[in-house]
Design a protein around this ligand. Structure first.
Ligand SMILES: Nc1ncnc2c1ncn2[C@@H]1O[C@H](COP(=O)(O)OP(=O)(O)O)[C@@H](O)[C@H]1O
Ligand SMILES: [Mg+2]
Length: 251
C-alpha cells in the first residue's frame, strides 16, 4: 500500500509580483520523513514555507500538506521582547486550534508546560520572554510549535544564531519528533547539518536538486546552489566534498 505524501509540491512557481522568486519545485516527503530545505539567503526557503502554509498562492503548480502544519517562523529573536512569560508564549500555540476567544484552560497550560519541558525550559516557565537568551527564546518558540501537536512541522532556520546547548536540545527534540512519526521540514543554509536528514531539497531561486543527501550533496549541486557563497574544500568522490558557506549578508 502506498501512503499519500505528507507534503508535496508539483511544478510549483512562487513570487511576489514581477519575476518568480522560486520556480521548478517538485518534491514529495512521506509521513515521518525529515527533509532539509537547503539554500543561500534569498534562495526561496521562507517563500516555500509560506506557500506550504497557504499564505502565498502559487503562480503555477500546486502544493499540498496533510493537515495543518505547525510553523516556527524565521525570526530576529534578539528583537523579540514580549512583556509576557515563556509559558504565555508556549500557550500561544494552543491559539492555533481556533479557540482563541477562550482563556487557556488547565489542559492547555499542562500541554504548554510539557512542551517547555521537552525543550529543557520547565524551570523558566515564568521568566519574562525578553529576559531569556536568544537560544532559549528559540526553544520557547519551538515549544509553542510543539503545543500544536501537528503531524507536519515547518521550521524555518531553527538553528540560526542559537548557542550550542540550545542547538543540541533542538536536535534532540527533532529526533523525538521523527520517532513519533511526524514529518519535519527544516530550512538551513548550513550544508553539513543537511547531511543528517533523510532528504534534501536544494533551492536557489529554483529547485537545484531533490533526493537523499548522499545522492545530492556533491560538488556540482553545491556550487549551483550557492554560487560564490560557497567554498568547496576537498573531496575526490563527488559526495566526499566538504563545503563552507560564506554569508555575505543576513536576511
Ligand atoms: N514579501 C516579499 N516581497 C517581495 N519579495 C520578497 C518578499 N519576501 C521575499 N522576497 C524575495 O524572494 C526571494 C526569496 O526570499 P526568501 O524566501 O526569504 O529566501 P530565503 O528564506 O531562502 O532566504 C528573495 O529575492 C526575496 O528578496
Ligand atoms: Mg528565509
Amino acid at each position: 500500500m502506498t501512503r499519500a505524501p505528507a507534503v508535496e509540491a508539483h511544478g510549483l512557481a512562487l513570487g511576489y509580483g514581477g519575476e518568480p522568486a522560486l520556480e521548478g519545485v517538485d518534491f514529495e516527503a512521506a509521513p515521518g520523513a525529515a527533509l532539509c530545505v537547503l539554500g543561500p539567503n534569498g534562495g526561496g526557503k521562507t517563500t516555500l514555507f509560506r506557500a506550504l502554509l497557504g499564505e502565498l498562492q502559487p503562480l503555477a503548480g500546486r502544493v499540498r500538506v496533510a493537515g495543518r502544519p505547525a510553523y516556527l517562523a524565521q525570526t530576529e529573536r534578539t528583537r523579540l521582547d514580549f512583556p509576557v512569560s515563556a509559558l504565555d508564549v508556549a500557550l500561544m500555540g494552543s491559539l492555533a486550534d481556533g479557540r482563541w476567544w477562550r482563556p487557556p484552560g488547565r489542559s492547555q497550560r499542562h500541554a504548554a508546560l510539557a512542551a517547555l519541558g521537552r525543550v529543557g525550559l520547565e524551570g523558566q516557565a515564568s521568566v519574562r520572554f525578553g529576559e531569556l537568551s536568544g537560544g532559549q527564546r528559540q526553544r520557547v518558540l519551538l515549544a509553542r510549535a510543539l503545543t500544536q501537536d501537528a503531524a507536519v512541522l515547518l521550521l524555518d532556520e531553527p538553528f540560526a544564531g542559537v548557542d550550542p546547548a540550545s542547538a543540541e536540545r533542538i536536535t534532540a527534540v527533532f529526533t523525538e519528533l521523527r520517532a513519533e512519526g511526524r514529518t519535519l521540514l527544516v530550512s538551513t543554509h548550513d550544508v553539513e547539518s543537511a547531511r543528517l536528514f533523510d532528504l534534501v531539497l536544494c533551492l536557489n531561486r529554483r529547485q537545484v536538486a531533490f533526493g537523499t543527501p548522499a545522492q545530492r550533496l556533491g560538488r556540482e549541486v553545491l556550487e549551483t546552489t550557492y554560487g560564490s557563497d560557497i567554498v568547496v574544500l576537498e573531496g575526490s568522490g563527488d559526495t566526499a566534498v566538504r563545503a563552507i558557506t560564506v554569508q555575505h549578508h543576513e536576511h
